[in-house]
Design a protein around this ligand. Structure first.
Ligand code: NDP
Ligand code: MG
Length: 383
């Protein structure tokens, strides 16, 4: 029986992780969960899975839940609650599916506690990849990718030696606006941006897919997870999202991992690795039915956020933390109807330009840079 802690249980990845646990009740037990503000959904999860620890974002919600849960269920809130969820004593694997850089400190706490981590929360690795990877190596903790592209690369690398890698080829669906010109992006609405052609995901990552920021964050995530220089990470537009990513080796061989777009597959692989459990037969890949797969070069002029990510990644140090915090704050403002779609990249660019690079930021510096950048983005009036 593998015991699982799930951060972000009420989110898109969280709910799909619950599907995987539900489908494999004999193998998995959910021992701890964290949620944000969706208390109705949290209640349902508690009723179904009866976790020993529940953490929510707000104190008042925790007080309400405390009066409802069975005796012996611990209810916590806020950052302390996330930290305890991450390193719960009855946990073997932490699934980190919380949204945003709030996932960083709990990840580090889980690493220190020696937990295996299935990592969906890419903002953690973007914000402080150097600290997280060093801590994981020091504590001999495995970080198993959940993001479909990284799971694909990880699967292609089984039995391989990373010294033989020529390049990583990360595929991109192109997001909601892949067929629009820059002029056509002016004035697009929140609803249009939230309408992703292939994947059903949380709001923030759907916007990140439309700006191509998601792909850029994934480039930085891949750099840290697989230790590959940015010069050797490529992005390829692939509309169908069937090839989830590829690895090219020095001998010119290219390995790819394929499947229908269903996040439950990489989630389950991270939970069963190095084994594979069966999945329901429906919705399997049928290449004859699909017929054709398409590939195109990325347009870096059209998708400026992707370029910012490569630049911030190569600059290293504190720059990716600025990039991530600026993006989180700008996307929140767009979702709130405060700024236009193209303002997202303007705010990110302004944040990056203003920042003075710190080469080896420690955790305290990262925390400060994260809040300082959010404040800057939230206060900037683009007029
Ligand atoms: P969602 O927005 O759907 O879910 C986010 C989860 O985090 C919710 O449970 C939410 O709680 C919780 N949460 C948000 N803010 C806080 C906070 N401050 N404190 C505690 N809990 C919080 O996001 P996704 O599931 O789409 O994405 C989660 C992560 O996985 C992201 O890092 C994303 O990049 C990554 N990812 C997602 C993929 C997808 O298909 N969705 C694919 C690959 C990676 P509540 O809803 O209760 O408020
Ligand atoms: Mg992805």
């Amino acid at each position: 029986m593998r015991k699982i802690s799930l951060m972000g249980a009420t989110g898109s990845i969280g709910m799909q992780t619950l599907d995987v646990i539900r489908e494999n009740k004999e193998q998995f037990e959910l021992t701890a969960i964290s949620a944000g503000r969706n208390i109705a959904e949290t209640r349902k999860i508690i009723q179904e899975f009866n976790p020993r620890l529940v953490s929510v974002q707000l104190k008042e919600d925790a007080e309400v839940l405390k009066n409802e849960v069975a005796h012996g269920t611990k209810v916590l809130w806020g950052e302390e609650g996330l930290l305890e969820t991450a390193c719960h004593q009855d946990t073997d694997v932490l699934v980190n599916a919380v949204l945003g850089s709030v996932g960083l400190f709990p990840t580090l706490r889980a690493i220190e506690a020696g937990k295996t981590i299935a990592i969906a929360n890419k903002e953690t690795l973007v914000t402080a990849g150097h600290i997280v990877m060093e801590a994981a190596a020091r504590n001999q903790v495995s970080l198993l990718p959940v993001d479909s592209e990284h799971s694909a690369i990880f699967q292609c690398l089984q039995g391989e030696n990373t010294k033989n890698i020529e390049s990583l080829i990360i595929t991109a669906s192109g997001g909601s606006f892949r067929d629009r010109t820059r002029t056509e992006l002016e004035g697009v609405t929140v609803d249009e941006a939230l309408n992703h052609p292939n994947w059903s995901m949380g709001a923030k990552i759907t916007i990140d897919s439309a700006t191509m920021m998601n792909k850029g964050l994934e480039v930085i995530e891949a750099h840290w997870l697989f230790g590959i220089p940015y010069e050797n990470i490529k992005v390829l537009l692939h509309r169908e999202s069937i090839i989830h990513s590829m690895v090219e080796f020095h001998d010119s061989s290219v390995m790819a991992q394929l499947g229908t777009p269903d996040m439950r597959v990489p989630i389950q692989y991270a939970l069963t690795f190095p084994d594979r459990f069966a999945r329901p037969r429906g919705g399997r890949l049928n290449l004859a039915e699909i017929g054709k797969l398409h590939f195109e070069e990325m347009d870096f002029e059209r998708f400026r956020c992707l370029e910012y990510c490569f630049e911030a990644g190569k600059a290293g140090g504190s720059m990716p933390a600025v990039l991530n915090a600026a993006n989180e704050a700008a996307v929140a403002r767009f979702l709130n109807g405060e700024i236009s779609f193209l303002d997202i990249e303007t705010l990110i660019e302004k944040s990056l330009t203003k920042h003075e690079l710190i080469k080896q930021p420690d955790l305290e510096a990262i925390r400060e840079i994260d809040s300082e950048t959010r404040r800057f983005v939230n206060e900037l009036n683009l007029g």
